[in-house]
Design a protein. Structure first.
Length: 458
């Protein structure tokens, strides 16, 4: 059993393990919140630490915090980032809805380390939390951690997948295949066009994310308890945001109305919806791939995905589309996360939302999952993407819907007759058209040329 020490807060004495840097309020939270093995997300803790550093810098510039104390706090923050987070930042995700417990956990760890550095008492509330409240710094840390993860992880992974799809679309721009509507054979399309559509879906999804991201650049720092800025210098927010901007090279700015980002979470809900949009795009691509790969005998057999592992514990030789299946499950999870954030976002009662830790967790989890999904699609699905060209050609030659190209020449009714005969007699549209019309063979071949029918996108 760990050796214990006594820590004190406004409610009295608390026993705390001697080998941790947190203090009384963190220990109370540990005792009160034992709902799961999930913790307040690491990227959000890192954002909180950086907010504390910016706050110390701002308060020092304003002459409110002793320079030596501010320097000790900033040195302590550097040291904090190297700690074992599971030991020193142990608060359960399901805690007070403002995230106060995690804010105080960070304040206490910094205060302990800074006190050791300065060899003088640094108070977690009076000094580390100066000019702040959990009610403004926790929403701000959600903004910061979300934008950082978008820029550092998700956007590059989307770009990698998009670039790969663009390369493949160019490579297979003349590979014609049967198009499908309602899962039924339709007019021809090139494989390149199909890949191009997927790429544009991804690009559109990223554009929506980037548009919503702009709202997260506004930080409610300086709002303190209810958005009015009580106990905070009016210049604090701008100075803190300037410091954070230097850390990230992201244009953070003090929110004109901090209360907006504290009482409501419409902006994080919009981000969750944009992430859901990307999930839906990936789900569409994954399901298309699964259909195209179906077989190897009784399915569509249009492509062959890379064999990654045995697919059955009982059927020897079976190989399944495991990455698209995993991506489909990720999409389902992200869609569910958006529903959770929908419920959480409406829990803004008067001046504060009280489901902030859950919002942080679901946003950051979605970003992480989608990042890995895009990377897996790039590296394990499209890296060795190859169509079954011979099968595509054979299927296309038998497609009775090619008779659609004859509409303007022989009329809809005759074209329908040709299509039905071709399907019933298992012959090509060309062969039946030669029997049913007076058109010469060369003209018919030109009209029915699949590559000609798969007109390039504008």
């Amino acid at each position: 059993m760990s050796k214990m020490r006594i820590e004190h807060d406004s409610m009295g004495n608390v026993q705390v393990p001697d080998d941790v840097y947190y203090q009384a309020q963190t220990q109370r939270a540990r005792d009160n919140f034992q709902f799961s093995k999930r913790r307040f997300p690491t990227p959000a803790i890192l954002a909180l630490l950086d907010i504390k550093s910016a706050a110390a810098q701002a308060n020092s510039q304003l002459g409110l915090l002793d320079n030596a104390m501010a320097k000790a706090i900033q040195q302590a923050i550097i040291a904090s980032k190297k700690l074992d987070f599971s030991q020193h930042f142990p608060i359960d995700l399901f805690q007070t809805g403002s995230g106060t417990s995690s804010n105080m956990n960070v304040n206490e760890v910094i205060a302990s380390l800074a006190s050791n550095i300065l060899q003088a008492k640094i108070h977690p509330n009076d000094h580390v939390n100066m000019g702040q409240s959990s009610n403004d710094v926790v929403p701000a840390c959600i903004h910061i951690s979300t934008v950082r993860q978008l820029k550092g992880l998700l956007y590059p992974s989307i770009k990698g997948l998009s670039d790969k799809l663009a390369t493949l679309a160019d490579e297979y721009s003349n590979t014609v295949k049967t198009g499908r509507t309602h899962l039924m054979d339709a007019m021809p399309i090139t494989l390149g066009q199909e890949l191009q559509c997927w790429q544009q879906q991804l690009n559109s999804a990223q554009a929506r994310l980037q548009q919503v991201e702009l709202s997260l650049h506004h930080l409610p720092l300086g709002g303190t308890a209810v958005g009015t800025g009580v106990n905070c210098d009016p210049n604090f927010a701008k100075l803190a945001c300037d410091d954070l901007q230097q850390q990230d090279q992201i244009p953070w700015q003090a929110a004109v109305m901090p209360a907006l980002y504290m009482s409501s979470q419409d902006h994080t809900l919009a981000m969750a919806s944009a992430l859901k949009g990307l999930a839906v795009t990936l789900l569409k691509i994954a399901n298309d791939l699964r259909w195209m790969n179906s077989g190897p005998v009784a399915g569509l057999q249009e492509i062959s995905l890379t064999a990654l592992q045995p697919g059955s514990s009982i059927m020897p030789g079976k190989v399944n589309p495991v990455i698209p299946e995993a991506v489909a499950m990720i999409a389902a999870e992200v869609i569910g996360n958006e529903t959770t954030i929908t419920i959480a976002a409406q829990s803004g009662n008067f001046q504060l939302n009280v489901m902030l830790p859950l919002i942080a967790d679901k946003l950051l989890s979605s970003i992480d999952l989608l990042t890995h999904a895009c990377q897996a699609m790039t590296d394990k699905v499209f890296a060795e993407f190859k169509p079954n060209a011979e099968h595509l050609t054979q299927a296309l030659e038998k497609n009775p819907i090619l008779a659609t190209a004859l509409n303007s020449v022989v009329g809809y009714d005759m074209a329908a007759k040709i299509a039905k005969r071709a399907d019933k007699e298992h012959k090509s549209v060309l062969a039946i058209a030669l029997e049913e019309t007076d058109l010469d063979e060369d003209k018919l071949k030109a009209i029915l040329d699949p590559l000609h029918l798969a007109k390039p996108f504008e």
